[in-house]
Design a protein around this ligand. Structure first.
Ligand SMILES: CC(C)(COP(=O)(O)OP(=O)(O)OC[C@H]1O[C@@H](n2cnc3c(N)ncnc32)[C@H](O)[C@@H]1OP(=O)(O)O)[C@@H](O)C(=O)NCCC(=O)NCCS
Length: 155
């Protein structure tokens, strides 16, 4: 999984627990754990709400998703999780929140997942990840009532 990450260094367990706890307490983070029918966790999806860039403008959320290897390749599961989390986001935060994700262009499954979940590819959005020398594809989702140019490019 780290191979598809922008920071591919392995996580240190103690640091990761602290990071996880802080995320649970952060009102701008929506973190959902997907479980199988028996309750076993099979993946996570995280939306981080970014501050609106100007007063009155629409806020946006960045997205990160991962499935356990055993849960990958299940038809439609990854994109359904994204769709369900978009619904949860609309309930948790104000309606006018859009969502954006940057995926490595080589990450076929991730790019296909966001396309299937209704995100549109942004050709004009500059990646906010200058440290990455790898090609990045930018995706955005907007609530139905908004034009899809509401969230300014990050960075
Ligand atoms: C990204 C991730 C959640 C996608 O879940 P997944 O179960 O692997 O995805 P799927 O198997 O449903 O594949 C999604 C689509 O990509 C296609 N796909 C997957 N691998 C492919 C490949 N190597 N070549 C071509 N198409 C491929 C699938 O056919 C599917 O297409 P469809 O929606 O038209 O049916 C999962 O791969 C993952 O957790 N990866 C590691 C973490 C990660 O990369 N997260 C993304 C960071 S933004």
């Amino acid at each position: 999984m780290r191979a598809n990450s922008f920071s591919p260094k392995p996580k240190v367990t103690g640091d990761h627990h602290l990071w996880f706890q802080a995320g649970l307490a952060n009102p701008s983070r929506l973190l959902l754990i997907a479980t199988a029918a028996d309750g076993w966790p099979i993946g996570q999806i995280r939306f981080d709400r970014q501050p609106a860039s100007t007063e009155g403008s629409v806020s946006g959320a960045t997205v990160d998703q991962s499935l356990d290897r055993c849960a990958r390749g299940v038809l439609g599961l990854a994109s359904e999780l994204v769709r369900l989390t978009l619904q949860a986001m609309e309930q948790r935060w104000e309606l006018a929140t859009d969502a954006a994700v940057e995926a490595l262009t080589s990450n076929t499954a991730s790019n296909a997942c966001f396309a299937r979940a209704g995100f549109t590819q942004e050709s004009d959005l500059v990646s906010s990840i200058p440290r990455s020398s790898r090609a990045v594809t930018c995706w955005r989702w907007c609530p139905a009532a908004l034009p899809c140019s509401a969230m300014p490019a990050a960075g």
